[in-house]
Design a binder for this molecule. Structure first.
Ligand code: HAM
Length: 429
């Protein structure tokens, strides 16, 4: 029998679990600061929840099977459809805008590569019921504040922002037909991974005129709105999208994250449901895959059978973020730490050791002791490796069944003091 976990699945030994907890605590803490409420849904869902709108890429990666009741079910590959269904079902009763977050474990049968596993944990933060671009700014600021919370700076991470509606208007401006659009999106998505000449050829082979392809690539290379406007020579049909994005960038400035954000029209986002501003967070050195991705999906609630409502959100995985933190030496090492170790110089005192440990635990302290008879020196070593702050030492000649005294040794500075049995339990928690 194999002793390894399935490919793409992780065993979390205590060190790895401590790292996961560190990342997830940062997620929770920042979501709390922004006033988001935590929710969860089922890890197993009806297959059609994903076939409705997630798009072919994710559907091709589903862990799917038939349950004993003959239902087609899938392990959740993403949280957004579950979230949309849950909110859609109770939209009228919920306080709006809905501001919820979750940290589900997700499952995708992906081709194995750096930063991509077959399970991962993902912070999901979503807002429903607000179409103002202020909500888009709030969402991206939260994602960026998670970066700050774990010690990353604007020179480590960049948020690349695009707008599906603006891209749509751009494609209409270049007379690119509906059928040709998926080809163009796929090419934009690969702009920083494949040579431009290869992509140009793919588009001209797909029926686009060479001059259209040239102008399109020139437009999407714009690094800010002014540059884009100049490159397009002022197209009226796009004014509304320009104004929207301009206000978005201004609000991001007010939220104190402007230096992290950059316009990048090559950000497409693989998922099919996005309808407005979309974004991804990347490491600036370009070593890793996306840390986070999200955007506006104003039609999804209605598509899944609920009431229509504007919605937006993002997902941030633990895998890439943890890799980035490790590579930047920002991932804290697990330091075992307990409050007390209880030791004695006589194995006959084990019941007393247990009694003392029990009392201290009931006072809220973390306490360990040796589960088998051991020399005192060994017990002190074990206490140090458990990261005990103090050791309570019961010595046969002093303790006298609790009527006498114990020695309290501080392992940080080696100091010792003698305490009465009852004094031992009056230490503040
Ligand atoms: P996504 O871009 O598919 O979006 O995933 C978001 C993030 O999850 C990625 O940037 C990456 O950090 C992480 N991730 C995705 N797949 C894997 C994998 N196989 N292994 C490790 N990490 C992974 C969504 O899932 C959207 N539902 C996000 C969203 C929420 N949009 C609106 N609300």
């Amino acid at each position: 029998m194999s002793r390894a976990a399935l490919p793409g699945f992780r065993d979390f030994y205590p060190q790895e679990l401590a790292e996961r907890a560190y990342v997830m605590n940062a997620w929770r803490e920042v979501a709390r600061r922004y006033g988001f409420l935590e929710y969860d849904g089922p890890p197993l869902e009806p297959l059609e929840l994903y076939t409705a709108k997630s798009g072919d890429e994710i559907v091709g990666q589903l862990y799917v099977f038939e349950d004993k009741g003959g239902r087609k079910v899938a392990l959740r590959p993403e949280m957004t459809p579950t979230f949309a269904r849950m909110v859609g079902a109770r939209l009228n009763a919920l306080r709006k805008p809905v501001r919820w977050f979750s940290t589900p474990q997700l499952f995708r049968y992906e081709r194995q590569q750096k930063g991509r596993l077959r399970e991962h944990f993902q912070l999901n933060v979503d807002i429903v019921g607000e179409s103002d671009v202020a909500a888009d700014a709030e969402l991206l600021a939260l994602a960026i504040d998670v970066m700050r919370e774990v010690g990353l700076t604007a020179s480590d991470v960049r948020a690349r922002v695009s707008d599906r509606r603006l891209i749509g208007a751009l494609l209409a401006h270049f007379d690119i037909s509906e059928e040709q659009q998926p080809l163009v999106y796929a090419a934009l998505d690969k702009l920083d991974r494949e040579p431009r000449s290869v992509l140009e050829k793919r588009l001209t082979d797909g029926g686009l005129a060479p001059h259209t392809v040239g102008s399109l690539f020139e437009a999407v290379a714009a690094k800010n709105l002014d540059e884009l406007r100049v490159r397009l020579g002022g197209v009226r049909a796009m004014d509304e999208h320009f104004d929207n994005l301009r206000r978005y960038f201004e609000l991001l400035g007010s939220l104190g994250v402007a230096e992290w954000v950059q316009l990048d029209l090559s950000v497409v986002r693989g998922l099919a449901y996005y309808t407005g501003i979309v974004f991804e967070l990347f490491d600036t050195a370009g070593e890793f895959r996306a840390i986070c991705g999200g955007g506006r999906y104003d039609d999804l609630l209605a598509t899944l059978g609920g009431t229509a409502a504007p919605a937006l959100g993002f997902g941030m995985g633990d895998v890439v973020l943890s890799e980035l933190l490790r590579s930047r030496k920002l991932m804290p090492a697990l330091q075992p730490a307990i409050d007390y170790w209880v030791a004695s110089d006589d194995e006959a005192l084990l019941p007393d050791v247990m009694f003392v440990a029990g009392r201290l635990r009931r006072h809220g302290h973390s306490v360990e002791y040796s589960l088998k008879a051991q020399q005192l020196a060994r017990q002190l070593k074990a206490a140090a490796s458990a990261g005990a702050a103090q050791v309570v030492i019961l010595l046969r000649d002093q303790w006298s069944g609790g009527a006498g005294t114990a020695t309290l040794k501080n392992l940080a500075d080696g100091s010792e003091r003698v305490v009465r049995g009852d004094e031992l339990f009056n230490i503040p928690v």
